[in-house]
Design a protein around this ligand. Structure first.
Ligand code: ADE
Ligand code: ZN
Length: 327
């Protein structure tokens, strides 16, 4: 009984949350009405019923459809603000938010609209909730290198509004190497670099994300468990993995939470963290991920709770000075 309370109340950082994946069905319908966007689903309930995924792609199709209601700066603000309120309730004190500008610019939404709405929510979350937020621009890997380059260029006027770049969407068939030159450019611009790798794709994609993209963190990375040499490297170099247990369960990356490799990753000395990925779609925000994962895995106790919370700060991109005040 003490462990769930500890998990819920301990201060923590969240490093793997797609802000479009925090869009709850109720807000999707509210924004659809506000913006006169037609939805393929008749009701909130019908939409929620469609949240039965068999793999990553079956989720992404619905996730991109949900994001189609976002048009105005205020829509992006409202989405992010709703997330920050959930984060506050979960004792998240710092969150690094992924966003997918190509999902929006492809529909005619200006980069500036996306950037201004999200960054205003980050500022208000800091001032009104005491939660610090930072933005990471993700490239959609199913689109071309050229499209990613154009997106980075469109974002350059707003360089002070985001801290890094990431890589997400359909992993299989879209290896990290496709974006080697884009990530080199992002590094030149002084941006942090992260990448989804080893979620559905092989351990080799994790190695490629490190070697070809200069990734400073790996998002998911759970398939690293298949490659002992890679595991030793991740431990030696203390490369953080942003693990998302409920996502892995809902997208059938693992059969049950009891089979999740998180305990093995920690036991091997990796800097693993717990995150929610797309909480509106996968059945829970950050504390729910901690609670269900610890409940399913008796190897995880108070010591691991402390290590995971500490890892979340260590793996974050906030300055070391601020980390010292938090931990
Ligand atoms: N975009 C949103 N969630 C994602 C995930 N889990 N993997 C890849 N791309 C995503
Ligand atoms: Zn993700």
């Amino acid at each position: 009984a003490a462990l769930p309370a500890l998990l819920a109340r301990m201060p923590k950082a969240e490093l793997h949350i797609h802000i479009e994946g925090s869009l709850e069905p109720e807000l999707i319908f509210k924004l659809a009405q506000r913006n006169q966007v037609a939805l393929r689903y008749a009701s909130v309930e019908a939409l929620r019923q469609a949240y039965a995924f068999t793999d990553l792609q079956s989720f992404l199709d619905i996730y991109y459809a949900g994001a189609s209601v976002l048009l105005q700066e205020q829509d992006f603000y409202d989405m992010a603000w709703a997330y920050f309120e959930k984060a506050k309730a979960d004792n998240v004190v710092h969150a690094e938010l992924f966003f997918d500008p190509q999902t929006h610019t492809a529909r005619g939404v200006a980069m500036e609209t996306v950037m201004r709405g999200l960054s205003r929510a980050c500022n208000d979350a800091h001032d009104q909730l005491g939660v610090s937020g930072a933005l990471i621009l993700c490239f959609l890997r199913h689109l071309s290198e050229e499209d990613a380059f154009a997106t980075l260029e469109e974002a350059e006027p707003f360089l002070e509004l985001f801290i890094g770049v990431g890589l997400d969407s359909s992993e299989r068939g879209h290896p990290p190497g496709k974006f080697e030159r884009v990530f080199a450019r992002a590094k030149e611009l002084g941006l942090h670099r992260v990448a989804h790798a080893g979620e559905e794709g092989p351990a080799a994609y994790v190695r490629d994300a490190l070697d070809l993209l200069g990734a400073q963190r790996i998002d998911h990375g759970v398939r690293s468990i298949d490659d002992p040499a890679l595991m030793r490297r991740l431990a030696a170099e203390q490369i953080p993995l942003t693990v998302c247990p409920l996502s892995n369960l809902k997208l059938c990356v693992v059969g049950t939470l009891a089979d999740h490799p998180l305990p093995a990753l920690l036991a091997a000395g990796l800097v693993a963290t717990v995150n929610s990925d797309d909480p509106a779609y996968f059945g829970g925000y950050l504390n729910q991920n901690y609670l269900e994962t610890f409940e399913a895995l008796p190897q995880l106790g108070p010591r691991e709770a402390y290590i995971l919370a500490r890892n979340s700060f260590d793996a974050s991109f906030v300055s070391d000075l601020r980390k010292e005040r938090w931990t």
